[in-house]
Structures are given as C-alpha cells and as structure tokens.
Ligand binder design. Sequence first.
Ligand SMILES: [Zn+2]
Length: 362
Amino acid sequence: MSDASKPPVNEPVSEPDNSEAVQASADQSSIKSRKAAIRAWLLLSLLVVLVVLLSVRDDLRQGAIQSSEKAAHFVAFDMLGWSPRDIFVVRLRLAGLLDSPLGQRWIGAVEQAGDQPVHIGRQYLSTNNFASDEVEAHVYQVALERGEMLVWQLSRLDASGSRLYASLERRDSSGQEWSTVTALDADSAASSRVVTQPGDYRFVLQPELFAEMEYSLAMANGGSLPFPVEGAAQRDIGSGFGAPRDGGARVHHGVDIFAERGTPVTAVIDGRVRTGTSPRGGKHVWLTGGLLNFGSARFYFAHLDSIAVETGDRVKAGEVIGYVGNTGNAITTPPHLHFGIYSGGPIDPAPFLKPGPVLPEG
Ligand SMILES: [Zn+2]
C-alpha cells in the first residue's frame, strides 16, 4: 500500500511516450475513416443501382430478395455499420411509409423508450411482449467500464415469423449519439462482449410494424478476469488505481490485494511469463498473452514472497505463478499483491476483477 506499488523501475519502459504514437494513430484513423467513407459511398451506389433494377424488373424481384438478404446484411451491417433495423427504415422509406404518421411513430419509438430506459444493474431478466396494435420499443441500459464483461441471452417465445430488430448500442458518457455495437440474434444462445470502450450500453428491441411477439432477454455484467489471489475477492483490494503515491508525485498504477503471506498468486490468462527482481516491485512476474480485445495487454504481479515460474514458461489461467509477500518497497507494509494491467498505458484493473457475470435463470 505504501506502495509500493509504483510502477517498478522497469515498468515505465513499457509505457509509450505518446505524443508521436497519438499523432500517428490519429493520422491512421483519419485515413481509415476516409477509406471507410469512400467504400461506403461505392457500396451505397451499388445498392441504389440494385434497388432501381429490382423496382423496374418485377420478375427479378422475388428471387433476388431472398438470396440477397444475407449478402445485404453483411454489406450493410459489417461494412457500413447499418443494423437490420436501419435497413428496415430504408424499406419503410422505399414503401413510402417513413413519412407517414405510423412510420414516424415507429422511428420515434426507440428514442421515446430510450428516454426512460430500464436500468439493468448487475443482472436482469425480462420476459416481455409487443402487442400488434401498439408501436413501441423496449430499451435496457447499463453503464460499463473498460474491462467489464456483458453477457446476454435473447429468446423468442412466440412462433410467429415476425421480425424482431434487436441490437446492442453504445455511447460515450459525453456524447449524445448512440451507435450500434452489434445486432443481436434471438437464438437463445448466450453471447458476451468485453468492454474496451467505457460508456453507456443499451439493448434495443423493436418488432417490425404490426407484429405481435413475446421474448425473454437475460442480461448480466461483471468482471472479465479471474481473481489473481487464491481465496481473495474484491473486498480485499486495499488501495485502488490512481491513489496518490510519494506525496502526490505519482499515482498508483494498479491495485493492492491484501492476503496472508504465502497465499498462491495465479495467472489471469493463458500466456508467457517473465520474472524479475527490482527495488520497487521486489520479486515480480510479468504475464503476456493474447487477450481478446486487449491485444498486447501485460499483467504485472509484484511484491511476491517467492516466484513459482521461470522466464519463458507458458502458463494457463489459474496456474500458480508465485506467492503473496511484501518484497521490494512494500517491505514495511503487510503482505499484498500489487496487480497491474498495461495496454498502451496503465489501466485500472478493478473493473476486470469484479465477480464474473452470471445470467439470471428464467
Ligand atoms: Zn500497489
């Protein structure tokens, strides 16, 4: 705690000196977005041609609609960022319905429901229905931090073939605009996503016009990593990320997890380890490995009493890599594990270490 935990002497090496990197990535992303815009316009022109063709050639229409639906879904959603609901909006427009009072009510339903969303907390189960004579949408919302995991399971409880437009959307805490993260399948399978960008997330469900249907949506959120100290939990975190160190000269780049000396410390992902000893971190282990959505994240375990692995070893998540102690500059504090996550820079490990999400039973 006293911490110790500052980043060990060798840690800063890993933190990028960012002015250049930021500039480069800004350039890159602007090139990327320009390319994406050009591609989008090309595809849009193609779609327009297709629509014109289909509307003048009646005989082409029927066969084309079915076979092109999957391809259109791919082009529209995966390349242009359009959700199936966006496509339905285009259809409403083509049908001349979009500007009708009904079309407007359908379009406005999401915004209306979004003004008073259901807040879902850590777990939520909704069994709900849409009536055919009402135009409405259902919205379930939750704020998530980087490193949390969101899981969901959407099932249709009716046998009608009507379409249900369901999507996961996100907005920055600062921004007002919602963007689609992914379309949801009502296939009763559990799906999950680790949050790389913090913000508000919401599930948006809306049936096509005049459709009657019933669904169940189970949702949960929690941490995305196993706890790195055997028998310990969130409550044992004694000093958080960003706490001042050295009289405010620097801040804590990890969390301190207090436990008895000798308590096993375990790997949080499958990966490769490097061990070392330094004045700040004492006996420590770095763990690296591919972590979905976190690319080259590196995990730092410091102040170990002893180390159970050797540099170059491959370990599995849950495998013991060392034991809790107070080596390094933690020598005057009670034994604890200093645990850090680095990806580009230090990241707060706390959201990663929340208890894992558990879907409520129906
Ligand atoms: Zn620490």
